[in-house]
Design a binder for this molecule. Structure first.
Ligand SMILES: *Cc1c(COP(=O)(O)O)cnc(C)c1O
Length: 426
């Protein structure tokens, strides 16, 4: 029973567009009405009607230690007793920056902002300012927040400049974005040949996580590193999701490919609003106040977020990710085995702490096309069958599930038991 949630969405719709403050929360991707939540602890959520769920949304990534982790909560409490913010420098900002620089190989200096969107938007401005070029390259199916330049879709053919994929984005801006197929190194080489000396940067999710989980093919990251370098164009890894998620040092540490700039968010804020951009010192020094590329933020690096982020990063280390990877791999293998047992054709992709299930998809899901052609109706049925069995998955076939420290063997076993029932029911 979710009577209270149903009342709340009606009330919310009167005052908030669509009733939500971020579109995916409205359940349009799976149908039905959203669940209103009121508390969380570890792997568990409780909704306003008192129903309990095992959570795989994890606040879209930050909750890698589970809800209400005692160290993070204590750090926020302690800071709240001192001050909520000044808009002036604090030592906490240095402490968070030091931890990020120590962990992420491509980051020599870092600027804190308030969201992943801000981080990627600024990274692109910085790349343009640094190179003196205007064009940017992104991949189909990768999400980098909602700034104008990054809301472009592919034109009629590969190698044509982008067209807006949202009303309100001027064509003149979208046309500066070239959108290529993910995992297609040849398309990147051809783009750099066709637009030699004109592309400021290429931005990508090194493990795609916003079209479901799609890992890079072997050699893909190395190849785009070479294409960008040869052209004097910058490579930006958008690690807002993969940073402190697929390894302590993010995807760049995991795959050993060094970008020029890196964007971060999610985990580094301990659950509070955050973003960051970092990279090579010579590029980062082009940001104001030392350089001419402008960026600023009233609440950037605020002490509550910084304190939460520090507590979070202090709880993470290389061993944590070894264990998380092992648990993710086993869980994915068991989910695959369940699909086989129920005669459901499904592909499960996973990379350390991220997983997704694609129904009626090719055996190997490596491209946006594979994801786009998967059976999203089957996913919607699976989603609701899991929800009824007390498992809260992301309400969209194009999102990943997040595992963290909170998903103990007991929790994973309960999830697999629910999946067994759900796969029988759909
Ligand atoms: C979540 C996400 C963003 C946007 O971050 P917000 O904080 O929602 O603005 C950007 N890039 C990637 C890869 C993300 O996963």
């Amino acid at each position: 029973m979710r009577a209270k949630s149903e009342q709340l969405i009606e009330r919310a719709r009167r005052f908030i567009p669509g009733g939500v403050n971020s579109p995916v929360r409205a359940f349009k991707g799976v149908g039905g009405e959203p669940v209103f939540l009121r508390s969380g602890e570890g792997a568990w959520l409780e909704d306003v009607d008192g129903n309990r769920y095992i959570d795989y949304v994890s606040s879209w990534g930050p909750m890698i230690l589970g809800h209400r982790h005692p160290d993070v909560v204590a750090a926020i409490r302690k800071q709240a007793q001192l001050a909520l913010g000044f808009g002036a420098p604090t030592e906490l900002e240095i402490e968070l920056a030091e931890r990020i620089v120590a962990a992420v190989p491509g980051v020599e200096k870092v600027r804190l902002v308030n969201s992943g969107t801000e981080a990627t938007m600024t990274a692109i401005r910085l790349a343009r300012g640094f190179t003196g070029r205007d064009l940017i390259v992104k991949f189909q199916g990768c999400y980098h927040g909602h700034s104008d330049s990054l809301l472009a879709k592919a034109g009629s053919g590969v190698l044509t400049l982008g067209i807006p994929n949202s009303p309100g984005v001027p064509e003149a801006i979208a046309s500066q974005t070239l959108t290529l197929p993910f995992n297609d190194a040849g398309a990147v080489r051809r783009a750099y040949a066709a637009y030699a000396g004109r592309i400021a940067c290429l931005i990508l999710e090194p493990v795609a996580g916003n079209m479901g989980c799609v890992p890079p093919l072997p050699g893909f990251l190395e190849s785009i590193r070479q294409s960008t370098q040869e052209d004097g164009s910058l490579l930006i890894f958008d690690e807002v999701m993969t940073g402190f998620r697929v390894a302590l040092g993010g995807a760049q540490a995991r795959y050993g490919v060094m970008p020029d700039l890196t964007t971060l968010g999610k985990v580094i804020g301990g659950g509070l609003p955050v973003g960051a951009l970092g990279g090579r010192r010579d590029i980062m020094d082009h940001l104001a106040p030392d350089g001419g590329v402008y960026q600023a933020g009233t609440l950037s690096g605020n002490p509550l977020t910084a304190a939460a982020g520090i507590a979070m990063l202090d709880a993470l280390n290389d061993d944590f990710y070894v264990a998380l990877e092992e648990r993710t791999d086993t869980f994915a293998a068991e989910l695959r085995a369940l699909c086989v047992r129920h005669g459901r054709r499904a592909t499960v992709n996973q990379v350390c702490g991220m997983f997704s299930i694609f129904f009626d998809a090719p055996e190997r899901v490596t491209a946006f096309e594979h994801v786009a052609n998967a059976n999203s109706d089957a996913f919607a049925r699976f989603f609701h069958a899991m929800l009824e069995r007390g498992v809260y998955l992301a309400p969209s076939a194009f999102e990943v599930g997040f595992l963290g420290a909170q998903h103990s063997q007991d929790v994973l076993d309960a999830t697999l038991a629910a999946a067994d029932g759900a796969l029988a029911a759909i």
